[in-house]
Design a protein around this ligand. Structure first.
Ligand SMILES: NC(=O)c1ccc[n+]([C@@H]2O[C@H](COP(=O)([O-])OP(=O)(O)OC[C@H]3O[C@@H](n4cnc5c(N)ncnc54)[C@H](O)[C@@H]3O)[C@@H](O)[C@H]2O)c1
Ligand SMILES: [Zn+2]
Length: 393
């Protein structure tokens, strides 16, 4: 045993989490991006490498050309080191070869800690490129351009990235605030309706756990949102992003060291459903079902009143989401419901005690530490046979 004293210092690192809003970011007259890069650089042009979601590149074939000419026009600020396309969707989070490819390019192009990696795409691409950026050289500046409503309101504006391992969602990942997020609304022009809708559910989620007024705004604007009205869509994205960022900045646990994850409301079942469906069910679609399930569960456990539960289900359905998928009732080899394994996986992911967020009212959450299996199964049946909760099922 040594009698030398322990050494202890607290280290506080101030992070700036900024989300900028624009349209046509790579029109050479739009100075937002070049000013952003210049704001982080002392002198000369900074190396920049772009990764674009193949789905976005196919839908917006002019994008890569616009980026190349933008960088040429703003050559005093931007030293373009490559524009690469990567596969779209969850596939990219499952295959380590893509990750290795990004590391190889970072090394080959001498992308350093003062360079920039720009990721343009859906949440899956942002998660993968973000993980590479967070880990290569122990952290390279990342600028995210989320191209989905889910990305612009949630996945793209936070401090997490992630990679799947053995089919388990986000088994690998890091907490790493981006240099900046640019929400370019013109990217959404080509997004298919199913994905336009997906962002709404994370907005409903954050409204349910934090802000009754926002929930009521979504209710009041449900028709416009269901019709993908531009103004309504921009507003819901802006408010959702505001809430997600505010939660991260003010909850006191930005890097989720505790076990309380309110932003994961509805997600324990959602992650499992995505996995059970082989990712046929997208993240947003799965979250809609997960929120519906935890809403009914909250009501069945007497935590949430039936009228509020019905309002929540009605809104989810009105926006065009399904609230049931047959995968909810798949069985494992032992003949047990397979969705339930999602609870144990969620606990493992949290590390330590299981903590699930439920609702006690619209806009008010509460945390519980165990769930009753029988009531979960009854709630699943309620979703299969959607009769009115208010009318006593
Ligand atoms: N890091 C986080 O905090 C966080 C939070 C929530 C979700 N996520 C993750 O985000 C992922 C889901 O992201 P997503 O909903 O954005 O879907 P996605 O990344 O799977 O993309 C959806 C599809 O839309 C296409 N696409 C994207 N933008 C397009 C555009 N503008 N025009 C045409 N096509 C376009 C893509 O090519 C893809 O096929 C999940 O992996 C989820 O786990 C991460
Ligand atoms: Zn989510």
């Amino acid at each position: 045993m040594s009698n030398l004293p322990n050494i202890e210092h607290s280290i506080a690192i101030p992070y700036q989490l900024r989300v900028l809003f624009t349209e046509n970011a790579f029109d050479s007259r739009n100075l937002l991006f070049s000013n952003l890069i210049r704001s982080g650089s002392n002198q000369g042009a900074s190396r920049v490498i772009f990764y674009i979601d193949e789905g976005v590149a196919a839908a917006q074939p002019q994008l890569a050309r616009n980026i190349a000419s933008y960088c040429a026009v703003h050559g005093e600020t931007l030293d373009l080191r490559g524009i690469h396309l990567l596969p779209a969707g969850e596939a990219i989070k499952n295959e380590t070869d893509y990750l290795k490819g990004i590391y190889a390019e970072i090394e080959a192009q001498k992308i350093c800690r003062h360079s920039y990696i720009v990721a343009i795409g859906g949440g899956a691409l942002l998660d993968t490129v973000g993980f590479a950026a967070a880990t290569a050289h122990r952290g390279i500046r990342l600028v995210r351009f989320p191209s989905t409503t889910l990305g612009q309101g949630d996945a793209g504006v936070g401090v997490k990235n992630g990679f799947n391992f053995r089919g388990k969602k986000n088994f690998v990942g890091a907490f790493a605030p981006p240099f900046a997020v640019v929400n370019d609304f013109s990217l959404l022009d080509t997004l298919p309706e199913k994905h336009l809708r997906n962002g709404y559910i994370e907005a409903i989620k954050v409204a349910l756990i934090r802000d009754r007024d926002f929930f009521e705004w979504i209710e009041a604007n449900a028709k416009a949102l269901a019709a993908f009205d531009t103004a309504a869509m921009r507003e819901i994205i802006h408010r959702s992003a505001q809430h997600h960022v505010a939660h991260i900045a003010t909850s006191g646990d930005p890097f989720e060291t505790g076990s309380v994850r309110p932003l994961d409301f509805g997600h324990w079942a959602a992650h499992k459903l995505e996995q059970l469906s082989g990712f046929r069910i997208s993240h947003g679609e799965a979250v809609a079902i997960g929120i519906a399930l935890d809403t009914i569960y909250s009501e069945r456990m007497g935590l949430l009143d039936p009228h509020s539960a019905q309002r929540i289900l009605d809104l989810i359905r009105k926006l065009g989401f399904e609230t049931y998928a047959p995968e909810l009732e798949l069985e494992n080899d032992l003949g047990q419901n397979a969705t339930l394994a999602g609870l144990e996986e969620f606990r493992e992911h949290l590390g330590g005690e299981l903590t699930i967020t439920l609702l006690s009212a619209i806009g008010k959450r509460l945390e519980i530490h165990e769930m009753d299996t029988k009531t979960i199964l009854q709630s699943i049946s309620d979703l299969r046979l959607p009769v009115s909760i208010e009318l006593g099922r």
